[in-house]
Design a binder for this molecule. Structure first.
Ligand SMILES: *[C@@H]1O[C@H](CO)[C@@H](O)[C@H](O)[C@H]1NC(C)=O
Length: 354
C-alpha cells in the first residue's frame, strides 16, 4: 500500500471510530429525548441567584445552604466569583442572603461546587468543593449564625481528590467524595474522556488518618449523600442513569447493594431526614445541556425515590420543564411542602409541592 492510500485509510478508520463514539455519546446523554412539561404550582425564581445554584442542602430547621457561581470547563458560566447563600424556608419573604466570608480567604478564586453540612452539638460545619484554577480542594468552614458568616477552618487537598464533584461529610474532618473524571488535564477531561466513555470514575473516603478509594466503576460519579441512619451511601452516576446504593462498613469501606434506574442524567441527590426519600435534580437531555444552544435550551427534571431500600423503590418525576422556565437543574431539596430547584448556571426556583 502506498503512503497516501495508507493515510486515507487511517483517516477513514478514525472518522468511523469518532462517528461511533459520537453516536454512543448521544445515546448516553439521551440526545433524542423530548420532554413533556410537568409543572408545579406557585413557582417563583429566587432573588440574587442568577448565576447558578449548583448544590443546595437544607438543615433540620429549614435553613438552606446554596452554592452559586460555579465555573466548570465546557459549561456556560459567568465571571462573578463564587458565593454561598442561605435561605430561611420558614420566612415567607423567600430572600436568599449572602454569607459573609472571612477576611483571610481568597474570594477571587473561590469556585464552589458540591456542598455538605455536618452538625455536631456545638457547631454547624459547611464543607465546600472548590476549584481554584481548575484544581480540586475541599474548604471547611464553621457557620456562625450571629453575624451570618463563615469562619474558615481548613483547606483539604489530596492526590486522590483530583476531580471532585460532590461530598458528604460524616465527621468534623471526614467525608466521602466523588471524582467525576479520571483525567485531570482540561482537554482530556472535556473531550477525550466523554467520548471514551469508560467507567473510570470513583468515590474516595477522606479522614486525617486515612484516605482511600472506596468504590469505583462509575462513568461519571456525581451527587453523593447518606441515609438518615448513616448506614447507606447513595452515589449518582450521571451517565449510567442510576442511583447506586452502598452499605457503609465499620472501616468506612463501601459495599455495593443495588442500583435504581432513574431514566435521566441525574446530578445531585438530597435526602429527606424524616422520610428518607431521595430528591434528585436531573438533566433530562444531557446532549442539549452540553451543547447549551440558547435557541434549543436544555430542560430540567426533578425525580423523587421513595422506599429505596425495599424490593420496589418508587421512582416519580415530580417536575419537568423543557427549558422555557428553568435550564439545567442540578439539585432538588424539600422542606415543609416547598421544593427548591437549583441549576448549574441558570436561576433557582421555589415551588409548592402538590
Ligand atoms: C463573625 O463572628 C465570628 C465569631 O465571633 C468571628 O470569628 C468572625 O470573624 C465574624 N465574621 C465576620 C465576617 O465579621
Amino acid at each position: 500500500m502506498g503512503k497516501a492510500a495508507f493515510i486515507s485509510l487511517l483517516i477513514a478508520a478514525l472518522s468511523a471510530l469518532l462517528g461511533e463514539r459520537i453516536v454512543n455519546f448521544r445515546k448516553v446523554t439521551l440526545a433524542s429525548r423530548e420532554l413533556v412539561q410537568n409543572h408545579l404550582p406557585n413557582c417563583v425564581a429566587l432573588k440574587n441567584l442568577d448565576f447558578g445554584s449548583e448544590d443546595i442542602t437544607i438543615i433540620g430547621d429549614g435553613l438552606a445552604f446554596i452554592s452559586t457561581g460555579l465555573k466548570y470547563p465546557g459549561i456556560a458560566s459567568s465571571d462573578t466569583p463564587g458565593k454561598i447563600y442561605t435561605l430561611d424556608l420558614k420566612d415567607s419573604r423567600m430572600k436568599p442572603m449572602e454569607l459573609r466570608m472571612p477576611r483571610n480567604f481568597d474570594l477571587e478564586s473561590f469556585n464552589p461546587h458540591g456542598i455538605s453540612v455536618y452538625i455536631d452539638p456545638d457547631s454547624i460545619y459547611l464543607f465546600v468543593v472548590s476549584h481554584p484554577q481548575h484544581k480540586s480542594q475541599i474548604e471547611v468552614f464553621e457557620f456562625v449564625e450571629d453575624n451570618h458568616s463563615l469562619v474558615h477552618l481548613k483547606t483539604i487537598k489530596h492526590e486522590l481528590l483530583h476531580s471532585v464533584n460532590d461530598i458528604v461529610a460524616v465527621g468534623v474532618d471526614s467525608f466521602y467524595a466523588t471524582n467525576d473524571h479520571y483525567f485531570t488535564h482540561e482537554i482530556l477531561k472535556g473531550t477525550v474522556e466523554p467520548l471514551l466513555a469508560q467507567p473510570w470514575s470513583n468515590v474516595v473516603y477522606y479522614s486525617p488518618e486515612e484516605v482511600k478509594v472506596v468504590s469505583e466503576g462509575y462513568y461519571f460519579a456525581n451527587g453523593i449523600n447518606i441515609s438518615p441512619d448513616e448506614r447507606h451511601v447513595y452515589v449518582v452516576d450521571l451517565f449510567d442513569h442510576n442511583v447506586h446504593v452502598l452499605e457503609r462498613k465499620d472501616d468506612n469501606a463501601l459495599v455495593s447493594v443495588k442500583s435504581v434506574a432513574v431514566g435521566s442524567l441525574c446530578d445531585n441527590v438530597e435526602v429527606d431526614p424524616e422520610t428518607g426519600d431521595l430528591w434528585l435534580g436531573c438533566h433530562p437531555n444531557g446532549w442539549k445541556f452540553f451543547m447549551s444552544d440558547p435557541k434549543d435550551p436544555a430542560g430540567s427534571e426533578v425525580i423523587q425515590i421513595q422506599s429505596i431500600h425495599s424490593d420496589k423503590p418508587v421512582v416519580t418525576q415530580v417536575y419537568a420543564d423543557d427549558g422555557q422556565v428553568i435550564i439545567g437543574s442540578s439539585v432538588a431539596a424539600t422542606y415543609g411542602g416547598k421544593l427548591l430547584i437549583g441549576t448549574v448556571y441558570h436561576k433557582a426556583l421555589c415551588c409548592d409541592l402538590k
